[in-house]
Structures are given as C-alpha cells and as structure tokens.
Design a protein around this ligand. Structure first.
Ligand code: AMP
Length: 550
C-alpha cells in the first residue's frame, strides 16, 4: 500500500462523523493488505506506531519535527510554529507548508506504508550522542518525499496524535467485520497480545487463531484497573470477596523465563535497569516461568514511605547502586497471569490465587476472604494502621481483564476526592513565577476525546512548578497571549472539594477548590478519569449529601 493511499483513507475518515461509517471504511481496506502491511495499517490508523506492549519510543519531540519541516519547506522554525499557532494543528501546518514547497521541488521516491514504518523503526533505534541529528535527518528525508497530504498524516503519526477519531473500539469492530469473526474474540485476543496489529493478522487466519492466543513473556499485558465503591455494595452483590491491602507504591509486572527476567511499569515501560534489587527479590521468590502482577513499595524503619520515593526509583537511570542503599524496596505480588507456558487470565481470581500461592513463596500480598463486613472493615483498619492507602476488594469469580477499569476490583480509601486528569493547557505565572507556567487546564476523557474540566492553580510548591515546567516546555503546541496549549501527555492527580454542574466547561462539570496533589507519571491518557465516571461520582456525591441531610 502506498502511503498516499493510507493518507487518503485517513482523509476520508477525518471527514466521517459516524462510527459505523468509519468501521465500514476501515473494514474495506483490511482484506486487501499484505501480511506485512496489515499490522502497520492497523496501528497507524489508531495513531500508534509500535505494538502497545513495546517500550519502543520514536523519540521525536514537536521541536524536532518543526525543525525538519522548516528545513524541507525552506522556512524558519519560527515560521513553522507561527503556522501551527494559526492552524491549531501541526498536521495541517505541515501540509500547508509542504504544498508551497511542492510547487518548486521534485519528489525523489514515492512513500510506501511499510517503508515509512521501517524508517520510523530506524528513527526509534537511533541512540547516543548524535541521535538527535540522525533523527532530524531521517525525518527530513521522509518529509522531503512526502506530498502535502502525506505530510499532514506523517506529522501527526510522528507526534502520535492522528486526530481522525479512530479509537481501538472502531478498529476492533472493523477487524471483526473484515474477516467475519466475533468482535468479542478480537477483544479477547487484544487483551492477551496487547497489539491490535498482530490481532488483525490472526483474525485474517480465522477465529481459531484468535481463540488460541497465548500471552508471551516479555510482551507486557495492560494492567487490570480498579474503580471506587464500597464494602457494603461489594458484599451485597458477591457475598464472599477477597480483600488485600492497597499499597501506595508503583505497579509492576514481572516477567520471568528461565533466568531471564524483566520488570515493567504501569505504563508498560521496561524498568528492569532501574530496579535490580526488585528483580533479584522476585527471581528468588519462584523457580517457575511466570508473569506476576504487583505493587512495589519503599520501606524505611518498617513503615511504607510516600509513593514519590518509589517513583523516583522507577525513573532512575544513574547511580542505581546508591539509590538502592537509601531505601528498601519491597514488591507485593497479588496476581499471576502466566505460568510455565499457560495463559491464566481467563481463570477466576480464586484459581489464579491458588496457582500463585503454589509457585511463589515470598512477597505474596496477604489476602483475606470473607463475606463478613466486620472482617473486611478490620482489614481496612489494619491497612491504614500499617501506613497503607486502604484496601482493594476483588470479585473471587472474576477473570483478569487487562486494561479494564471494571467493577471486579474496587478500591476503598479514606479520600475519594481526587481525579487523575491530563494537562492540556496552561497560563504563564505572574510575579516571581513569571518564568514558569502558573495555572493549568486539565481534562478528562470521553470516547477518545479530551474534555476540559478545570483550571488548577493551587497546591504547587515552587520546586513542583519548576519540575512541571521542565516536563511541559517541549510539548507546547500553541501560544496565544498568556495561554499555551500542550501536546497532552502529563497526568496530574487533582484534589477537589466538590463536583459542580457547570456550563463553563464542555463536559458539564467543574471542580470546586481544585488543587494539585502530585504528578502521576505512572499514568497515561488512557488511565485518566472518564466523563462517565465523573457523572457517577457526581451522582454518588448527590446521594450522600441527601443521606446526610435526612
Ligand atoms: P488507583 O491508582 O487509585 O486507581 O488505584 C489502583 C492501583 O492501586 C493499582 O493500579 C495498583 O497500582 C495499586 N494497588 C495497590 N495495592 C493493590 C492490590 N492489592 N491489588 C491491586 N492493585 C493494587
């Protein structure tokens, strides 16, 4: 497939509003693609480049892209940024700039979908001192051969924000339709493989291949997530439930095959190098080939330390040995997804737990199983007394659903009034904070769209504002007056006093007394709060206010 054909397809999708029409357009493209093209097309159309399990990063910031565009279009970087500010979209700006260029230059070669993918792989593989320069040259080469329309989508793919409204759900349905397989099977395969490209390839060979999927060690699986709820509701609905401490640290997934082991963060980044102590501990806990799910906490004087100290270790690239001495890291293992070649995610929790207990003898998170609210409440009190965040309640019969924030895992903690939201804009600070961003616009998600929810201007220390500035300064997409717009990626945990219905924000809600709690760099856009769950919180808030009054 030529990259031009792919671009035309994107253009068509961008102009299509209906989800069913989108599914139809995508499903018609899939059967004609070769084995090699199919996974690339599927990932690209979702705005992704690599498999979701892959830690590979393109390593191109907006600035590098602007510079390359400027070089190809024969204008300065400032002109490129000006154009982006005007159009509000890097893709469109690149398209417009290339269309001026295309009147004067000849193209050297026609871009091909797989060729573009291979070029992106080599860009990602550039490492070391000269890598930025090499990356810049490679991006220039790609853009230099791109027609304006291709430039639009190439730029957006490189920024990993395609903006054509195609979510994973639509692609799942399109695959099901194209190859006449059940979309539940497609979803099931996606949960185990964590790569829609590979899933499409299997779907092409039929339902048996999808049914047969196995988790592969060292291809991390998305983490199962939790919702808020109450002890009473859980017991009422399920009777006997499993309760575990809710550790306030960092989530990990440990993969081991023979003597080879890797550790992945909640965002599925490979953090093996940063945590050799944890790897050693877990290697000592089992002789089997396993994939384990757990939370690692930092301990000092027998007490858990704040979650930030754990994150600092996850991020660490240098002086690892010194860091190991300062604080003790303790993994707490609470689930098993794979054992000696067998994929376990479809087993009920109680069976997974039995398997876990039979092969892991250290670092197991204790579990209390009971239908008695008093027993569960006591576990909760014990958790808080020991310095943990609260408890997790889990449905005994539930399978492990990767990436799902379902009702099978419920978190109970004293403070329920925080939301994880992505930063989409900011205003420059004032006075002594004039050189950093001072107030931030944060958003929740709704069906693949980001919905602004609040401005956050309090709760920051000067150090935190400086840190946030460092993280965000290269993600500025647009500046107008004191306002800046960011490429969304940084997640804040935001505290608030109350949710209010509001016409001021598109989602219909606003936060009363929003305040910054902390950066959640273990979280990504898919992990942020959904508008749906905010509506539920709003309802729950209204109910408890009523209960309080009567
Ligand atoms: P939250 O980040 O507030 O949505 O809470 C869910 C997170 O709690 C999970 O993603 C884990 O990182 C963490 N956690 C701590 N203890 C447990 C546990 N026993 N079971 C599952 N998740 C846990």
């Amino acid at each position: 497939m030529l990259f031009m054909e792919f671009s035309r397809c994107c253009e068509k999708l961008e102009a299509t509003a209906g989800r069913l029409d989108m599914i139809d357009i995508i499903s018609k493209e899939l059967p004609g693609l070769t084995e090699e093209e199919l996974p690339v097309f599927v990932r690209f159309v979702m705005g992704r480049i690599f498999a979701d399990w892959s830690s590979r990063k393109l390593g191109i910031g907006p600035n590098l892209l602007y510079e390359a565009t400027g070089a190809v279009a024969g204008v300065t970087r400032e002109k490129v940024i000006e154009k982006i500010n005007k159009t509000g979209d890097a893709g469109q700006a690149v398209e417009e700039l290339l269309s001026v260029k295309s009147q004067t230059t000849f193209f050297h070669e026609e871009l091909d979908l797989v060729h573009v993918y291979n070029s992106l792989i080599s860009i990602a593989e550039q490492e070391g001192k000269k890598s930025q320069r090499e990356k810049l040259l490679a991006v220039r080469r790609l853009l230099g051969n791109a027609h304006p329309l291709e430039g639009r989508y190439l730029a957006r793919i490189m920024l990993e924000e395609l903006r054509i409204g195609v979510g994973e759900g639509s692609v799942r349905e399109a695959i099901a339709k194209a190859f006449a397989v059940d979309s539940v099977l497609v979803e099931h395969a996606m949960q185990a493989l964590n790569d829609m490209g590979e899933v499409a390839r299997l779907a092409k060979s039929g339902p048996a291949a999808l049914q047969d999927v196995r988790i592969t060690p060292f291809h991390p699986v998305r983490m199962m997530l939790a919702q808020q709820g109450s002890i009473a509701e859980m017991i009422e609905e399920h009777g006997e439930i499993a309760a575990e401490f809710k550790y306030d640290g960092s989530r990990f997934q440990f993969h081991k095959k023979g003597n080879w082991a890797r550790l992945y963060s909640r965002r599925l980044e490979d953090v093996t190098g940063a945590l050799p102590d944890v790897i050693q501990q877990l290697l000592g806990a089992t002789d089997h080939d396993v994939i384990l799910d757990g939370e690692v906490i930092a301990i000092r004087d027998g007490k858990p330390m704040p979650f930030q100290s754990v994150l600092r270790r996850f991020r660490r690239r240098h002086d690892i040995a010194d860091a190991q001495e300062a604080i003790e890291m303790v993994p707490n293992v609470f689930d098993i997804l794979y054992l000696d070649g067998e994929t376990l995610i479809d087993l009920p929790l109680e069976d997974r737990r039995k398997r876990l207990e039979s092969v892991v003898n250290l670092y197991l998170a204790p579990q209390v199983v009971s239908s008695d609210p008093a027993v569960i409440k006591k576990t909760y009190d014990d958790a808080l007394a020991a310095g943990h965040e609260g408890i997790m309640l889990k449905v005994q019969t539930s399978s492990y659903s990767p990436g799902q924030r379902g009702k099978n895992w419920i978190k109970i903690k004293p403070e329920v009034d925080t939301l994880d939201l992505v930063v989409i804009g900011a205003e420059w600070g004032e006075g002594k904070r004039a050189h950093v961003f001072g107030s931030f616009l944060v958003a929740c998600q709704d069906a693949g769209k980001l919905i602004p929810l609040s401005r956050v201007a309090t709760g920051f220390s000067d150090e935190q504002l400086a840190e946030v500035y460092e993280i965000l300064k290269d993600s500025v997409l647009k500046t107008s007056g004191k306002e800046v717009t960011f490429e969304p990626s940084l997640v804040f945990e935001v505290g608030y006093a109350e949710l209010q219905a509001s016409q001021n924000y598109e989602g219909g809600f606003a936060l009363r007394f929003p305040r910054f709690i902390r950066i959640r760099d273990d979280k990504d856009i898919p992990d942020i709060e959904t508008l749906e769950s905010i509506k539920e919180r709003y309802k729950r808030q209204a109910n408890s206010a009523q209960a309080y009054q009567t």
